[in-house]
Write a protein that binds this ligand. Sequence first.
Ligand SMILES: *Cc1c(COP(=O)(O)O)cnc(C)c1O
Length: 386
Amino acid sequence: MPWRSTLSRNLRARSPPLPGELAATGSTPVAPRLDIDLDKIHHNACVLRQRLTQRGIAMTAVVKVTLGCPEIAATLLSAGVTTLADARIENIETLRRAGIAAPMTLIRSPMLSQVDRVVRHANTSLNTELDVIAALSRAARKAQLCHRIVLMVELGDLREGVLPADVPQILHRLLNLPNIEFAGIGTNLACRSGVVPDPHNMAELSALADLVDRELRRAGRPACALGSGGNSANLHWALRQADTGRINDLRVGEALMLGCDPMDRTPIGGLHTDAFTLIAEVIESGIKPSLPQGTIAQNAVGNTVVVKDRGPVQQAILAIGRQDTEPGDLQPPPGVRMLGASSDHLIVESDAPLQVGERVAFIPGYSALLRSMTSPFVSKRLQAQA
Ligand SMILES: *Cc1c(COP(=O)(O)O)cnc(C)c1O
């Protein structure tokens, strides 16, 4: 594939390895492991980028679920993505060390204690606190760099963002800070409270962009370049709304990686939903009663389990648990059903007996993927057609 050359060009020696670092491609497959299909991620990125481009919207690819995996970042860049984003400066630094030179945005408000690292490695950050922006300004001045700021506005989800009424005042303070470039405004919905991006709140963001432009014009500054409308939950709105107003960028992570709409986790047409699979190995298998025996108290994770007696069942234990993933967020293959999980054991029931040593492949949801990518116990195997 043509994009493979870009991939290898973007990958240089990486040091030092982090916990959960990727196992070398082609090594003996171990379990538990995440199989990562770069071709499927490439496809998802191409499709989403094309669909959004038709609406006049750029896509910032959010890679925070990948623990700074340079191969995935390089794959996205080869699919035409121009900007990468992550919530943690550590991941951005990992990508920089691997030779990824693309513009990168820090999408969580920087910690005051990390501003020096932020200005050095991220071109842009999403911000809500003037004290932080002032510290970024001082750090950027010291490092003789220019740092771009996106001002995040609260539009109902009650996570990050300044109140809309405070935007003009903060903007004027921000414009006076040296080594700071105002890039635009943004919002984030559907995360803390599940507020749906809709014509109403998106029109509110557009109206704020217009207001910001009037203020900028008065200050003799160029117009507001960026209207960063939100995350994967905005896709439904962005691809159907006739007029997308001033929104010209979305920060997309989950839809890209998992091919589903985070508002209800339904698959998005034309995208792969199995770019990531989590493989676990059977360590015990046999027929066991479905009903526990004895007095029942809380289990290992503090739940009291109520089970109906279904007679004997075909039970198996897989060597994977809460240290490796979020078991409740795994989709088992057909004929396999989840029974329970503790820190190191996952118990399943199956229609046909599973053999000790057999591997079972699960499709992780976002939380399961996040925990597997960050678990040092889960090896990662990257796959792409040569
Ligand atoms: C995680 C995050 C995103 C991406 O969200 P997805 O649902 O994965 O698309 C976008 N913006 C911010 C601020 C985020 O924290």
